[in-house]
Design a protein around this ligand. Structure first.
Ligand SMILES: Nc1nc2c(ncn2[C@@H]2O[C@H](COP(=O)(O)OP(=O)(O)OP(=O)(O)O)[C@@H](O)[C@H]2O)c(=O)[nH]1
Length: 375
């Protein structure tokens, strides 16, 4: 019997049995990146479960293409020729999105933002757009619904200017001059596509820098131009002429798309010695199970597509795959510039930011295995 560690389940048959010469019996062994990245562990430790390559609980637009993303990925997984080791999927067609409601949120740092809640035809999740400034507006929110009253429009956030007690028109804010209530032509806006991370954003985790990245994106977008002091970091200085707004598209793709429960299992595997990519693969998930079609569609709806801003957007990310993915299958969005997100601890020589051995490994794996450009 194969020599297995004590915690290996004896009930799971190995996926490939070693042949007599000690080689694995996979016919396609070693032929691609997934295999290259798969850690050397007993096959019986691998979970037999298959996880869809998109937001858990969601459905993919299978009806559009019989040979859908899901089918292709399943096939790839079965044949152990996965292209899933890294990199998001480009959906064949952008999903339909609709902004259902928008509300003004004053934030604890004094800046104000408008939270936009979206529905879509791809999954049952409520994805969000956090909009800073008055220049970015949702087309689907602003469009007129049959039979709605002015009060209905104001309640769902389809108003210009600001709400105040006694206001009666969604279209006209008597406290604003005419020009101020009309969105101006905007410069290439700053955009962040952010994936949900309960542990990093809410539960104070120092395993990742997701919370810090979300805070930093909001800070850059709400940075008052006149407040740009000499102590502002270089990337902020370079943004000075633009930093009057932006949008964070907040996708409910927890754990790079595998969901919170699976991410927590991955954390346990990381504590057992795997890195973040290996842990996902051991659980039979792609290293990155996300897709970005929803974000592209939301950006289009917010007037950040090439139809409205041919100059493109400036994307806050270190992830090269995200840059291409966000542009969409038909280049609906143009990424004019990638703005890097340098961890605060690196920028301040460890004075501020997240300190933990876990975050060091996390960032190292992003650079070495996921091609992130943290510079
Ligand atoms: N599966 C898994 N997901 C993780 C882990 N740590 C963070 N995440 C998730 O990763 C997502 C954030 O992705 P990142 O890789 O940090 O960032 P990115 O979006 O790829 O790239 P940037 O734009 O440069 O930040 C969130 O959904 C987190 O929940 C981990 O160890 N395992």
């Amino acid at each position: 019997m194969t020599d297995l560690p004590a915690h290996a389940s004896p009930k799971l048959a190995p996926r490939s049995l070693p042949s007599e010469d000690g080689q694995l019996d996979d016919s396609n062994q070693g032929s691609n990146t997934a295999d290259d990245q798969r850690p050397a562990v007993p096959n019986s430790l691998l979970s037999p479960a298959f996880t869809p390559p998109a937001t858990p609980g969601g459905t993919l637009n299978l009806d559009l293409h019989p040979t859908s993303v899901l089918h292709k990925t399943q096939t790839a997984d079965i044949h152990n020729k996965s292209e899933d080791a890294k990199g998001p999927k480009l959906l064949p067609k952008l999903p339909a999105v609709e902004c259902i409601v928008r509300a003004r949120i004053p934030t604890t740092n004094g800046a104000e933002m408008f939270l936009h809640l979206y529905h879509n035809d791809l999954d049952g999740k409520e994805h969000l757009a956090i909009v800073f400034g008055n220049n970015i507006r949702s087309r689907s929110l602003d469009s007129v619904r049959p039979g709605e009253t002015e009060m209905d429009r104001m309640i769902r956030g389809a108003y210009v200017g600001k709400l105040h007690p006694g206001r009666v028109s969604s279209r006209y804010d008597e406290n604003l001059s005419g020009s101020a209530s009309t969105p101006k032509q905007i410069e290439p806006p700053l955009v962040r596509i952010h994936s949900e991370c309960y542990t990093g954003e809410t539960a104070w985790s120092a395993r990742c820098d997701c919370g810090e990245q979300l805070d930093e994106a909001a800070r850059l977008m709400s940075f008052p131009v006149e407040g740009l002091a000499s102590d502002a970091p270089p990337e902020v200085q370079s943004l000075s002429s633009h930093s009057t707004g932006g949008v964070i598209v907040y996708l409910r793709q927890e754990g790079r798309g595998i969901g919170l429960g699976e991410k927590l299992k991955a954390y346990n595997l990381q504590d057992l010695g795997s890195d973040t990519v290996e842990a996902n693969l051991l659980l039979r998930h792609p290293a990155d199970a996300r897709s970005y079609g929803l974000a592209t569609a939301i950006l289009e709806d917010l007037g950040c597509g090439v139809d409205a801003i041919p100059e493109g957007i400036r994307l806050l990310t270190n992830n090269p795959d995200k840059v291409r993915a966000i542009e969409g299958p038909n280049r609906e969005v143009l990424v004019k510039e990638r703005v890097p997100m340098i961890p605060l601890a690196w920028r301040t020589g460890g004075q501020r930011g997240i300190k933990s051995s876990e975050i060091e490994g996390y960032l190292q794996t992003k650079i070495s295995k996921m091609g992130h450009m943290i510079q």
